[in-house]
Design a protein around this ligand. Structure first.
Ligand SMILES: [Zn+2]
Length: 441
């Protein structure tokens, strides 16, 4: 455990260390104060990836209570300023802290009627194990490691406007990242730096340009993985609703290393492990997260199935529509994966942020696959097209906001007329595992 106790300069210099606060005209020193509910409105990040230094300009919401709290992981905080003047802060390590999000700083930010922007200069470290910026060039902070990359709030319901600028990129390499996101979860922002070539795949009806960014020797894999990606993205835009994260999107191949497959929903340039680059389902899956998981945030970690179950279903559904042979193979693969899931594995715990998604074993295949077959069961009951309408209505109601899986059950009932409660009990709560493609009762 590393304990840092950093005391910055006093906000109101005239009152620093003074005990003369009784004088009416004397400014009162504001001490660093915990205020973890003070909302972040905007975060502007600028990194030098060679020097491993950065600045974060963070705009806090108005607050009747003073103070502010940020997760800072293992960052070294060099300086915090407000309007160019030093702002006092403390660094705190929670006793027995196991995770980056337990490491926080409190700021001496005054209460305010309007937003206040502070600038934080810091150093960051490279991380292995997908907990920050990797030496291999990519970043990954899901689920709650954003503090190792920038001062943040890691709760998934916290929607962030975030911009990113990068300097110090080595010669011959390209940094692929979005310049700006709005109302995104903190884990959504990422970059990857490698010797990339962009393969433009095409443009959707709505005008979204879809590309693959591949590394040397990966052109064939990129072409295979992206074979139906424009059609999938077009189907999502036309069926579920307008995409929220810009007009240029695509898959970025990342060097996660041997044995690390899958991808991460870093929209609009989502990451896919180089070993999975050729896999159409993985490409479709990460694309779908632009609507579910990113476009709509989960309100609690326990709502993980709203992100991953919905996304797994919609990847299979979209491929079913645009490339039926591929879709059939994907659903056969899901059925095989269902066989490998423990019936006891958690899918949809009925609490809110009472569990640790990693330590309490919610991050398994169960929410993905049982979640997908829940929706499949609804589709078999009411028709896939009507379920599409429910998923579109849910997106229209919750895009840019956080939502719960229970909200989804309500929407399905409202739109389709079918109450999926018993089906959700069967697929998402029961410790008896139904057979693949079991329709809702
Ligand atoms: Zn996913």
């Amino acid at each position: 455990m590393s304990v840092r106790s950093v005391l910055g300069l006093c906000l109101l210099v005239a009152a620093c260390g003074g005990d003369d606060g009784g004088t009416p005209d004397a400014p009162v020193a504001i001490q660093p104060t915990a205020n973890p509910t003070r909302e972040l409105l905007d975060t502007q990040l600028a990194y030098d990836v060679t020097a491993l230094t950065a600045t974060a300009t963070i705009t806090f919401a108005a607050s009747t209570e003073p103070g502010a709290t940020l997760e800072v992981g293992d960052l070294t905080i060099d300086r915090v300023t407000l309007d160019g003047a030093d702002l006092a802060f403390t660094a705190v390590t929670a006793p027995g802290a196991a995770h980056a999000n337990d490491h926080t700083i409190d700021l001496a930010l005054p209460a305010s009627d309007g937003p206040l922007a502070v600038t934080i200069a810091f150093h960051y470290k490279h991380h292995a194990s997908f907990e920050g910026a990797a030496v291999a060039g990519y970043t990954l902070v899901w689920p709650y490691h954003c503090g190792n990359l920038f001062p943040c709030h890691s709760q998934p319901d916290d929607g962030l406007t975030i911009s990113l600028a990068i300097t110090g990129v080595p010669a011959g390499k390209t940094a692929v990242f979005p310049p700006m996101l709005t109302e995104a979860p903190a884990y959504q922002i990422a970059w990857s730096i490698d010797a990339y070539t962009e393969l433009p795949l095409g443009t959707t009806t709505a005008g979204t340009a879809v590309s693959m960014w591949y590394r040397p020797t990966e052109l064939t894999a990129a072409q295979a993985g992206g074979a139906n990606l424009v059609a999938v993205f077009d189907w999502l835009e036309e069926t579920i609703g307008p995409y929220r994260f810009g007009s240029k999107v695509g898959t970025v191949s990342v060097k996660w290393g041997p044995g690390a497959l899958g991808g991460m929903e870093h929209h609009p340039m989502w990451h896919i492990s180089s070993g999975a680059l050729a896999d159409e389902e993985t490409n479709a899956h990460e694309a779908v997260h632009g609507w579910y998981g990113d476009g709509i945030r989960i309100a609690c970690w326990e709502d993980f199935v709203l992100s991953e179950g919905t996304t797994t279903y919609l990847a299979g559904r979209a491929l079913d529509v645009v490339a039926p042979t591929v879709g059939a193979t994907v659903w056969a693969g899901y059925a095989t994966e269902l066989n490998g899931i423990s019936a006891m594995a958690k899918v949809w715990p009925q609490s809110c942020n009472a569990i640790d998604i990693i330590d309490d074993d919610l991050f398994t295949n169960a929410p993905y696959i049982r979640g997908a077959f829940f929706y499949r069961g609804v589709a078999l009951k009411v028709g896939a097209a009507l379920l599409d309408q429910a998923l579109a209505a849910f997106y229209a109601a919750h895009a840019g906001k956080a939502a719960r899986m229970s909200d989804m059950l309500t929407t399905i009932k409202d739109v389709t007329g079918y109450d999926p409660t018993a089906c959700a009990d069967m697929w998402l709560k029961s410790t008896t595992k139904p057979a693949a493609n079991t329709a809702c009762p």
